[in-house]
Design a protein around this ligand. Structure first.
Ligand SMILES: O=C(O)CCC(=O)C(=O)O
Ligand SMILES: [Fe+2]
Length: 210
């Protein structure tokens, strides 16, 4: 490997946000590769409508989702336990590439399909106990560009840090350290977008003690 052999467009770029640990590679996948993955995964993932609890009421989440992972990586999301679907060949290969890029291991992935700009995800942090204290979460975006926002959960001296980033087709974002503990994130609705966006968040779920 030559010193300059690695394509510099594939290098991690830090996102400066106080108390968080965020970095991203805007064009992690080549365009044709990202196109092919989007087409493949839209078809091959068994999409479901998950039920979520909002203010004590159970409603359909405004997107399609699928939880995929190793057999022992069951997961509680919005107070519902999900047994993971098995990895397909495409996702298995992709997991290895994301692991190599992030230099950590992942045993599960939450796939979300935002069919158009009306599909969204509300403010939350991925801070379930199964994820551990300082989870590393890698987020791969395919398809329509959408706004991803972060806001501080509590403000120290009045001002609450906030940050927004548009995630393009083929981008890889990594959240680590205290990002989940200190920040929430969301994917707001938008009238500007009509195309679909597919997002994969790779995670490490600590298997439950039997
Ligand atoms: O779609 C996204 O970019 C965010 C997804 C997300 O926050 C999650 O899956 O927990
Ligand atoms: Fe999240």
């Amino acid at each position: 490997m030559s010193l300059f052999g690695d394509d510099l467009t594939k290098a991690w770029q830090p996102i400066p946000l106080p108390g968080a640990q965020l970095r991203w590679i805007p064009q992690w996948l080549e365009l044709d590769e990202a196109d092919a993955l989007l087409a493949d995964l839209r078809e091959s993932i068994p999409w479901e409508t998950h039920r979520i609890r909002i203010f004590g009421r159970e409603v359909d989440s405004p997107r399609l989702s699928c939880w995929i992972g190793d057999a022992d990586a069951s997961y509680v999301y919005s107070r519902t336990r999900f047994e993971p679907h098995p990895w397909n060949a495409t996702l298995m290969t992709l997991r290895q590439r994301v692991e190599a890029a992030c230099a950590v291991r992942f045993n599960s992935v939450l796939a979300n399909l935002y069919r158009d700009g009306q599909d969204a995800m509300g403010w939350h942090s991925d801070a379930e106990p199964e994820l551990g204290e300082q989870p590393v979460i890698a987020s791969l975006s395919l398809g329509a560009e959408r706004r991803f926002r972060l806001r501080q959960r509590t403000s120290a001296g009045g001002r609450r840090e906030a940050y927004g980033i548009t995630l393009p087709h083929g981008s890889l974002l990594c959240m680590a350290g205290d990002t989940q503990r200190r920040y929430q994130h969301d994917l707001p609705r938008t009238r500007a977008v009509t195309g679909a966006r597919l997002n994969l968040t790779f995670r490490w779920i600590h298997p439950r003690d039997a």
